[in-house]
Structure formats: structure tokens, C-alpha cells
Design a protein around this ligand. Structure first.
Ligand SMILES: C[S@@+](CC[C@H](N)C(=O)[O-])C[C@H]1O[C@@H](n2cnc3c(N)ncnc32)[C@H](O)[C@@H]1O
Length: 274
């Protein structure tokens, strides 16, 4: 791939997703473009760049961002957040819910990828809250392809079998016939989740309520500092006073201007009186 082609792709991806592809990502971009060349039946990157320029509906651009972004995730990733949720945030919020008459406990998984993160949150809420307090998990991501996978809620047996057996029995159904070797999330759990497409960096979040906890993990790492700052400020406004923001453990907010209190590494809280 020529320097000018890399710069063109890099600019386009930044403009539409703010994913910041540094010069060290040239190899990665080149490898991921291979997939798009095959899918579009084009032979050179130069043809592909021309194709992108000629498209007015942005369809291929969405595929390009899909191919470039990394969707790696797994169930109960960064377990400290789930421990904190069950041992600290939920007991605290349950007391406030009674005092302040909150109708529902709301969690947002803001870069939900293929669903392992929001379903992990949902499993924990089902186990801890059951039907004592209504709860809901909003899951959003920029990639439509990955959202389709998340909505389907189908995962390989070997992935699911890493979870505690009681948890698997409670929340998953084993597939048969063409679905042999797969597990599916039970529909009773799925009923507590909504999946929708959302570019975190485009406009205000489309919610008319605040969240008690926001998970925004392992996505900010792709953005530059000013973009991270803008995003953290946007997310902070979407949290109830006293509610929490969880970021990935490699995504400290040090050096970013924000109004949150640091609770623990990768756990931040909107001040109660804000
Ligand atoms: C590495 S995954 C993280 C998944 C999960 N949060 C976790 O920690 O396991 C990053 C996700 O961020 C999504 N993403 C990248 N840029 C985004 C943007 N601007 N808005 C929303 N989602 C974005 C990608 O599509 C991808 O699914």
C-alpha cells in the first residue's frame, strides 16, 4: 500500500469513527483491506480507494470501518468491574432506588462488540437482582455486523464452557442439529437487552434517561486524547449523580479533563452533588 493510500484510508476512518490509525498500524490496515478487496472483487488498494471515493451512500465505508476496528472481547472480561458491580455499586444503588423511587436500574454497554460484555452484565443483574427491581442493559456499537452477532446471542460451546456451570445452565440453551456445538442466550435474559447502532463520537447519545453504570471499555484506546476527553465528558453527562463509569484497565483517564471522581483503577464516579 502506498503512503498516499494509507493516508487516504487513515483520514477517512478518522473522520467517520475517530479511530486514530498511527503509522504503526499500516501493516494491520493492509491486512484488513485484503478482506475488503476480496469482497468487492477489486485487485489493488488504489482501485479500492477510487471505489470508496465514488460511493455516495457510505455502504463500503461502513464495511471498511468494520474491517479495521478490533472486536476482541470475552465474557466477564476484566472481572474486577463485575465484582465491583455486585459488591459495591448494586447494594449502594438498591438503597438509593428505594429512597429516590428509581423505576429501573439502567446500564449501558457503550462499545458492546459481539455481546459478551452486555450479556455478562445481564447475567450478573439477573443473578443479583432477579425480579426485585426492574433492570435493563442498552448495548451499542458502531459495527452493524458485530451487532447482528450480538443480537443472535449464539456462542461457541468452548467459549461458554469457560463460565461457571451453574451460570451456563441458568442463562444458555445448548444447540441441536445445525446449532450443535453452539449455545444460545435464553430469551428471558435477552428480553432485558436492547442492541442499537451508535457511533459514540457522533452527536449526543440517543437516550432520554440517565444510566446508573456505563461500561465503555477497550474502545477509547483507539482514539486520540482530545477525542477521549470529548467522549468522557459526553458519557459523564449520561450518568446519574453517584453513578459509575467503567473504562478498560489500559485506559486511564489521567491527563484528561473530566468531572468524575476516581474510585479505583478504571472505575470513576459522577459526584453525588453534580
Ligand atoms: C475491542 S472491542 C471492546 C468490546 C468490549 N467493550 C470489551 O471491553 O470487551 C471495541 C469495540 O468498539 C467498537 N467501536 C470502535 N469505534 C467506535 C465508535 N466510534 N463508536 C462506537 N463503537 C466503536 C468496535 O466496533 C468494537 O466492537
Amino acid at each position: 500500500m502506498r503512503e498516499t493510500e494509507f493516508e487516504f484510508i487513515r483520514g477517512l476512518v478518522y473522520q467517520h469513527s475517530r479511530i486514530n490509525l498511527g503509522p504503526d498500524k499500516r501493516e494491520l490496515v493492509s491486512a484488513r483491506l485484503g478482506k475488503r478487496l476480496r469482497a468487492t472483487n477489486l485487485t489493488t488498494v488504489s482501485d479500492y480507494c477510487r471505489f470508496l471515493k465514488s460511493q455516495s451512500d457510505g455502504d463500503e465505508l461502513a464495511h471498511l470501518i468494520d474491517a479495521i476496528s478490533t472486536n476482541h472481547t470475552f465474557f466477564f472480561r476484566e472481572i474486577q468491574h463485575f465484582d465491583f458491580l455486585s459488591k459495591t455499586a448494586l447494594p449502594e444503588m438498591s438503597v438509593r432506588a428505594r429512597q429516590e423511587r428509581w423505576p429501573q436500574f439502567n446500564v449501558w454497554s457503550a462499545a458492546s462488540s459481539s455481546g459478551e460484555e452486555p450479556y455478562s452484565i445481564a447475567m450478573l443483574l439477573d443473578e443479583e437482582l432477579g425480579t426485585t427491581w426492574p433492570w435493563h442493559v442498552e448495548a451499542t456499537d458502531i459495527s452493524n455486523r458485530i451487532l447482528d452477532k450480538a443480537r443472535a446471542g449464539i456462542y461457541r460451546e468452548e467459549t461458554v464452557n469457560k463460565l461457571d456451570a451453574k451460570r451456563v445452565k441458568r442463562h444458555f440453551q445448548l444447540g441441536h442439529g445445525p446449532q450443535a456445538g453452539n449455545y444460545r442466550i435464553k430469551s428471558a435474559l435477552q428480553a432485558h437487552l436492547t442492541f442499537q447502532h451508535l457511533n459514540l463520537l457522533e452527536g449526543p447519545p440517543p437516550f432520554d434517561h440517565l444510566f446508573h453504570v456505563i461500561f465503555c471499555r477497550n474502545v477509547m484506546i483507539y482514539f486520540d486524547r482530545p477525542t477521549q476527553e470529548e467522549l468522557v465528558q459526553k458519557l459523564s453527562r449520561q450518568i446519574v449523580p453517584g453513578g459509575y463509569l467503567f473504562v478498560g484497565h489500559s485506559e486511564s483517564l489521567t491527563g484528561i479533563k473530566h468531572s468524575l471522581q476516581t474510585v479505583r483503577p478504571a472505575i470513576y464516579r459522577r459526584p453525588l452533588n453534580s
